[in-house]
Write a protein that binds this ligand. Structure first.
Ligand code: FAD
Length: 529
């Protein structure tokens, strides 16, 4: 097949890509044997909006087109499993955590015949949805199963954005496996793929079933509470403070919120370093305002998806401000995982048809600017902000909130305007300066105003800010060697919590990388214990 890039079709015209390709190649439509869209994006930079396609096509005499007008041979994207190693596997490989890193590590291991065991402290997805929805409706927080913890990991209650900065061929494997598990085919070619929390819940269930069908296990309600190390090598994992499992190797796919486990690893001598992370607030605008800014006045005639944005601004003498994890047509969610602490985040359904757009607005926190030399100091800092936000919200998991116009002036808010906040159980209008450090509020105040020049309406006075957005990335990195092992032999840190990923896709890819390391070391299974 050959790849043809940059085929533009006006968004208000019929999308006849075959016709556009036949024009480009100067052949008739029926001379195109096969056509697959490799990438589809929206170009809304000018008044006229276009869809832009990169396509792979099969035609006769392909060689004669290659090299002309940017046409190339289509690369082979099939995932290649690594060559298995020779070391005998006497005990199971256990993966801790059923987020994207753990599930994809487990899936690839299962596909190669290693029959992995995945231990997850939270609930399977259906029970988890009940726990989370209960919490959003005023029931107590379940510290083991919530928006951060449980089947599918932190991304299950998300917008399910699958965009990533990394360029790794394994991304294609992740997308293909998600499609097999029920994701829409379009995620393999949309430039900004997303599945929404509704589809993700089904996908993670099917991923679990695929692992199970290949002889693997996914065990819920199972928190790893201790690790036993013998002669510098991992030997057992203790589960729920009781029984122990002997392991050949353990993958730590813990996520960025596994605070108890981070403390355990630190006590056990696992090498951990603090790393930069970010904190801030969630901002909510009317989605129509964002559509108008991004697509222009005529956007309704094009039937376009809810518009998104990704913005940043450098400030003089202050930490920069950037937006993160924008959820078009979504909701702000209560995302705490510890009692007496408050955390905000965002999610959307596949259709992205809620009235508000939301996004994190964040400021970087550098470890050198935090007191003490403790490797977990970033985590302590996050915890303190979350505790203050909880108190400021009234100590009942209501989120403290403020309108942009009042936040910028530094006065408390007492009335909502045109934006009705979506966070549940409820929000309490107040002054967010009371729960955020000065270096954060100073940057946010200036940054939000400056970002108006990048997106009309961003500093809308009635836009609602809720605090505190403190779990956008991991505050630590766990050391690992070139073979992806920690300083403890047989212990493999993976994914976002270990500091090697940021987001669903990169965490899944990192999980696959760790699976490949294990597979290239050990021969597929005959468990003899
Ligand atoms: P996690 O997904 O955090 O999974 C770790 C799992 O390990 C958890 O389920 C946890 O319970 C389990 N665990 C931890 N400790 C133990 C233990 N001791 N024993 C047993 N189990 C344990 N990213 C995107 O790319 N797109 C988005 O749209 C997006 N939206 C998000 C929305 C929300 C509300 C949140 C919270 C996050 C969002 N993210 C998004 C971030 C994304 O979810 C994470 O980057 C990703 O899930 C990290 O994957 P992971 O596998 O490394 O860790």
């Amino acid at each position: 097949m050959i790849r043809i890039n940059n085929i533009k079709i006006a968004a208000d015209k019929k999308q006849d890509i075959k016709k556009a390709v036949s024009n480009k190649l100067r052949i008739s439509k029926d001379q195109i044997k096969e056509l697959k869209v490799f990438k589809k994006s929206i170009d809304a930079r000018r008044k006229d909006i276009f869809y832009v396609y990169n396509v792979d096509v099969e035609v006769k005499n392909e060689h004669k087109y290659i090299g002309k007008g940017g046409i190339t041979k289509s690369p082979n994207l099939t995932y290649q499993f690594v060559k298995p190693g020779n070391n005998k596997l006497l005990k199971p490989i256990v993966v801790v955590g059923a987020g994207p890193a753990g599930l994809f590590c487990g899936l690839v291991l299962a596909q190669m015949g290693y029959k992995p065991i995945i231990l997850e402290q939270g609930e399977e997805v259906d029970r988890r949805v009940s726990s989370v929805e209960g919490f959003w409706n005023g029931k107590p927080l379940n510290p083991r199963s919530n928006v951060q913890f449980g089947e599918g990991g932190a991304g299950t209650f998300s917008d399910g954005k699958l965009t990533t900065q990394i360029k790794d061929p394994r991304c294609r494997k992740v997308l293909d496996e998600m499609v097999k598990c029920g994701a829409p085919e379009e995620i393999t070619f949309m430039s900004k793929p997303h599945v929404g929390t509704d589809k993700l819940r089904k996908i993670v269930k099917n991923l679990r079933q695929a692992i199970f069908d290949l002889g693997g296990q996914v065990i819920f309600d199972s928190q790893v509470t201790d690790i036993l190390i013998e002669n510098g090598k991992i030997s057992k994992l203790e589960v729920n403070g009781g029984k122990s499992i002997s392991v050949q190797a353990a993958v730590l796919a813990l996520g960025h919120s596994a605070r108890e486990t981070f403390e355990l690893l630190y006590k056990k001598g696992v090498q951990i370093k603090p790393k930069p992370f970010s904190v801030g607030v969630r901002i909510e605008h009317p989605q129509n305002l964002i559509n108008l800014s991004q697509y222009g006045e005529d956007y309704e005639k094009y039937n376009l998806p809810a518009a998104d944005y990704k913005l940043n601004v450098h400030l003089k003498d202050k930490p920069s401000v950037y937006t993160f994890c924008m959820c078009p047509g979504g909701k702000v969610v209560a995302a705490a995982s510890e009692k007496g602490h408050l955390v905000t985040n965002g999610m959307s359904y596949y259709n992205r048809d809620e009235p508000n757009a939301n996004s994190a607005v964040l400021v970087n926190v550098m470890p050198e600017n935090l007191p003490t030399d403790h490797p977990l100091k970033g985590m302590f800092f996050q915890r303190e902000l979350e505790r203050k936000a909880f108190e400021l919200g009234g100590a009942d998991y209501s989120a403290p909130a403020q309108l942009v116009k009042d936040f910028v002036k530094g006065v408390p808010s007492d009335n909502f305007g045109e934006v009705v906040p979506s966070y549940k159980p409820s929000v309490k209008l107040t002054d967010l300066h009371k729960c955020l450090p000065d270096f954060v509020t100073e940057s946010l105040r200036e940054g939000i105003v400056e970002l108006e020049s990048k997106l009309n309406g961003f500093s809308l006075g009635d836009a609602v800010l809720t605090a505190v957005e403190s779990r956008s990335s991991s505050p630590i990195r766990i050391f690992r060697t070139d073979a992806l092992e920690s300083n403890i032999a047989g212990l493999y840190p993976a994914g976002e919590g270990a500091g090697y990923a940021g987001g669903i896709m990169s965490a899944a890819v990192d999980g696959i990388k760790v699976a490949e390391q294990l597979a290239s070391k050990y021969a597929p299974i005959k468990i003899e214990e």
